[in-house]
Structure formats: C-alpha cells, structure tokens
Design a protein around this ligand. Structure first.
Ligand code: NAP
Length: 307
C-alpha cells in the first residue's frame, strides 16, 4: 500500500471525528489525528494523536518531519460563516494561508493533499453545481475557501484533491460548534419558535457519507475536484420541516421567511447543492437520503443519551 501514513488535521470537528473513525477502521492506514487541543475530544484508540495548530509553521514542520505522511487530509477550518466575516485575519490564516503551507510541505515531501472545501465558493445563482462550474463566492468565508482551493494546487500536479461539500450534519463528541440539524432539534425540543429561510436551497450531507467518500478517494488515489453531498435538494425551511417530522417535534413552530428577514446577516448563496454523478461513478459514492440521514442522527443521539 503506497498511501498508508495518513495525517488528518482538525480532528476534533464534526468531519474530523467521523473521518478518523472511518479511516482508522481500516488496518491498511496508519493514522495520526491532530487538532488544536492537547488531547482528543473523541476516543482515539486505533490511531495516534498529536496537537497541531495548522497556522503555526514550526508545529506543521515538526509533524511532517516526525510522522512523514503520504497523505494529508485537511479538515481544519474556520467553518462559521459569520465568524469568518467578523474575524477576517484569523479566517484567512486558517482557511487559506495554512493550506498553502501544507501544500508546500506536501510538494517537498511527495505527500498528497486532500483539501475539504465548500459549496460557498459558488454564488448560488445556478445551483445545483457540478465540478466544472465556475466559483464566484459572495462572502468572506467563501473567498477564504476558494483561496484554500487555489493554494492546494501548489502541492504539485497529481498530488492534490479538493472535496467540496454542502451543509454538514451529524453527531460528534464535545463539538466546539453545533450544526444546523442539531440546532433545529434543540430549539424545537424546547418549544421555541424558529424563523427559517425558504429561499436558500442546499443538498444537506450526512457527515459519515462524506467521510466514506473521502476514504474511497484516498484509497483509489483520486485527484482533482470532487463534489460530495447528500442527494436531496431542499430549502432550509423544508429541511427544518423534515427534522420536525422525523423527530416528532412541533412543525408549526417553524415560520418560513425570506433571506431579507435577517437584515444584518452575512450574504449567503441562494441556491447551491451539488450534482454528485462524478463521485457516484468514480467512487461508488451512494449517500443516504435526507430522511435516512436524519433517522441515523436520531439513533446516534439515542445512543449518546443511553450510554
Ligand atoms: N459544516 C458545514 O456545513 C460545511 C459545509 C461545507 C463545507 N464545510 C467544510 O468542511 C470542513 C469540515 O467542517 P466541519 O463542519 O467539520 O467544521 P468544524 O466542526 O468547525 O471543524 C473544523 C475544525 O477545525 C479546527 N480548527 C480551526 N482552526 C484550526 C487551526 N488553526 N488548527 C487546527 N485546527 C483548527 C476546529 O477546532 P476547534 O474545535 O478547536 O474550534 C474544528 O474542530 C471545513 O473545511 C468546512 O469549511 C463545512
């Protein structure tokens, strides 16, 4: 096996945790999970763990020297759209500059770099998008993610892959950020009314499907751009209504509003979502439906509460 030493960054996040679980199940990989904290927020029994802040050049250099990865999967990101707008320097440092540094180390050592990116690189006028669509971000988060994509190419020809995804949901341990589905469940469970936009469309993605897709991409040493999302294009209002239905919560608490309702909000692309035919064909990617994905979230939440 050529690509067996896998370094994963940002592993305390939603995707990072799922990816570590998925990849370290397979004994052909020697996985080093890294994140900013001194210790992992998840059970790291079948992989190594080391602290790594990807914005710190010395730390990155030491990890490359000590672990000598063949593959680097970068899940570290500032993923909160509003926070990126407010803390622009920090957002650029993590989402763009740090990727450039990782790419340079990959080029110098011959490692391959898999960068996780976002539907927010698109303007949302003509979704759903395939891999050939032209990026045109409408907010600062999208601009930093596009800069990260461009930086990845410095890893050298045939040495990089970009995996774009859309509105991630799922469960994890001690996550620093909630996700939209968990947030909806929490609010509706408390009986709180919700204003939810009905003019923004996405293909919500169960995080474990994304992790499976990335593992296959690494396994087959695929390069280039891949769109990995869920199969169902829905408005955020439809998503909230489906959450209410699946979880047996009161859907009448959800009031549909247009994006203009949130006057101070950062601009978001109205209609993204992905066409995932390339991933289906090349990776045998077969993501669960939104309904199935939400039922799986329900099952894992019940697992957490009974354990
Ligand atoms: N969430 C979505 O809906 C969505 C949609 C499209 C694309 N994406 C992309 O998917 C990827 C994974 O997103 P996610 O939902 O898993 O995000 P997440 O839960 O916020 O995870 C990102 C992780 O990166 C870590 N991180 C931030 N700065 C770091 C640094 N300097 N060094 C090392 N780690 C750092 C964070 O650490 P802390 O936990 O310590 O803060 C966090 O654990 C990101 O590239 C994101 O842009 C996400």
């Amino acid at each position: 096996m050529l690509f067996n030493r896998v370094l994963i960054t940002g592993t305390n996040g939603l995707l990072g945790q799922s990816l570590v679980r998925r990849i370290s199940q397979n004994r052909e990989y020697d996985v080093l999970a890294t994140a900013r904290d001194d210790s992992p927020r998840f059970e790291a029994t079948s992989c190594g763990y080391a602290p790594l802040d990807v914005t710190q050049p010395d730390e990155v250099e030491t990890i490359f020297q000590d672990f000598t990865p063949n593959v680097v999967i970068n899940c570290a990101a500032m993923s909160d759209v509003a926070a990126c707008d407010e803390h622009r320097n920090e957002a650029w440092a993590v989402n763009a500059r740090a990727v450039k540094r990782l790419a340079k180390h990959c080029r110098d050592t011959g490692a391959r770099l898999v960068q996780v990116s976002s539907d927010f690189v698109f303007n949302g006028k003509r979704g759903p998008y395939d891999e050939d669509a032209r990026p045109d971000p409408v907010n600062y988060y999208g601009r930093t993610k596009l800069a990260g994509e461009n930086a990845v190419r410095e890893a050298g020809r045939s040495h990089w892959a970009i995996v774009r995804t859309v509105l991630l949901y799922g469960t994890g341990q001690d996550l620093s950020r909630s996700n939209v589905v968990l947030w909806m469940i929490e609010k509706l469970s408390k009986g709180e009314p919700l204003h939810i936009v009905d003019d923004q469309y996405r293909t919500p993605t169960h995080v474990d499907d994304l992790a499976t897709g990335i593992e296959r991409l690494v396994h087959h040493a695929e390069t280039g751009i891949y769109h990995l999302s869920g199969p169902d294009l829905v408005s955020i209002y439809e998503l909230a209504s489906t959450v209410a239905e699946v979880f047996g919560l009161d859907g009448s608490l959800i009031e549909p509003v247009s994006s203009d309702f949130f006057e101070d909000d950062v601009e978001r692309p109205p209609r993204t979502g992905f066409i995932i035919d390339k991933a289906k064909t090349k990776l045998d990617y077969d993501p669960r439906s939104l309904d199935e994905g939400l039922r799986d979230v329900q099952a894992s939440l019940q697992g957490f509460s009974s354990s």
